[in-house]
Ligand binder design. Structure first.
Ligand code: NAD
Length: 247
């Protein structure tokens, strides 16, 4: 098992890519903190992981709230004794063309996708440095953070910002044995795409060399690789998981 003895906290762990990541990590031996604003789905998932023989608990976490972030990291330390892997996965969209985008839409997405990643990364880095056994921080970027996208000014700004933070943290934290990497998924079949017109999704499938949308497990497996010792010399990287969409 690739994550035996590790403790991982997955933000936005109740649904989509985060839930699949929590499942994958638990299957590979990690103790998993499922952290999310969605208490019903998050606690159901944690209970399911425990019933399957894994070790997991649900922690209510709004990543925009610094106090809740500190509480979640403290809960990981007190329940499981450490924090070895943070998956900064929580993310939202509020799409509109530039000329229609409201300040409220802008701020909401910045708060969750950028400030949330900062707060969780900072709290986790402090805990990892304090623990003295290194660690791994993984950030959810997106292909659109690399190449832009129609109607996603706010979201793209955050996903490009996440790449900048990933590279900065990789430089700062390497001396503490902490690796920091980002994943840039293409279009993955989860609820986040529910507002995306079918015409756009069909176009994406057509333009993707592998001919399909991604599945949550495609991204979860990338996180698994980056979280594990298989990636022990990989830091500051942005791994595209997009079926070749933006070669
Ligand atoms: P999803 O909507 O299926 O799940 C997101 C989860 O985040 C939900 O459980 C939600 O409750 C939680 N969440 C939302 N706001 C939160 C907050 N403030 N604090 C804590 N949790 C919060 O999304 P997904 O498709 O699984 O996406 C996961 C990540 O991957 C996001 O960062 C997203 O931007 C990124 N991503 C997704 C795709 C895709 O096509 N699905 C592509 C590229 C990147």
């Amino acid at each position: 098992m690739l994550l035996e003895g590790r403790v991982a906290l997955v933000t936005g762990g109740a649904a989509g890519i985060g839930a699949m990541t929590a499942r994958t990590f638990a299957r590979e031996g990690a103790c998993v903190v499922v952290a999310d604003v969605d208490e019903a789905r998050g606690s159901a998932l944690a209970a399911d992981l425990e019933a399957g023989g894994g070790r997991a608990f649900f922690q209510r976490l709004d990543v925009t709230d610094a106090e809740e972030v500190d509480r979640a990291v403290a809960a990981s330390l007190s329940r499981f004794g450490s924090l070895d892997v943070l998956v900064n996965n929580a993310g939202i969209v509020a799409d509109a063309r530039l000329v229609k985008l409201t300040p409220e839409q802008w701020q909401r997405v910045i708060d969750v996708n950028l400030k949330g990643v900062f707060l969780c990364g900072q709290a986790a880095a402090r805990a990892m440095i304090g623990g003295g056994r290194g660690g791994v921080i993984l950030n959810a970027s997106s292909v659109v953070g690399l190449y832009g996208n129609f109607g996603q000014t706010n979201y793209v700004a955050t996903k490009a910002g996440v790449i900048g933070m990933t590279r900065s943290w990789a430089r700062e934290l390497g001396r503490h044995g902490i690796r920091v990497n980002a994943v840039a998924p293409g279009f993955i079949a989860t609820e986040i795409l529910r507002e995306m017109p079918e015409k756009v999704l069909a176009g994406m499938r057509e333009r993707t060399p592998l001919g399909r949308l991604g599945e949550p497990r495609d991204v979860a497996n990338a996180y698994l690789y980056l979280a594990s010792d298989l990636a022990s010399f990989v830091t500051g990287a942005v791994l595209s998981v997009d079926g070749g969409l933006v070669i």
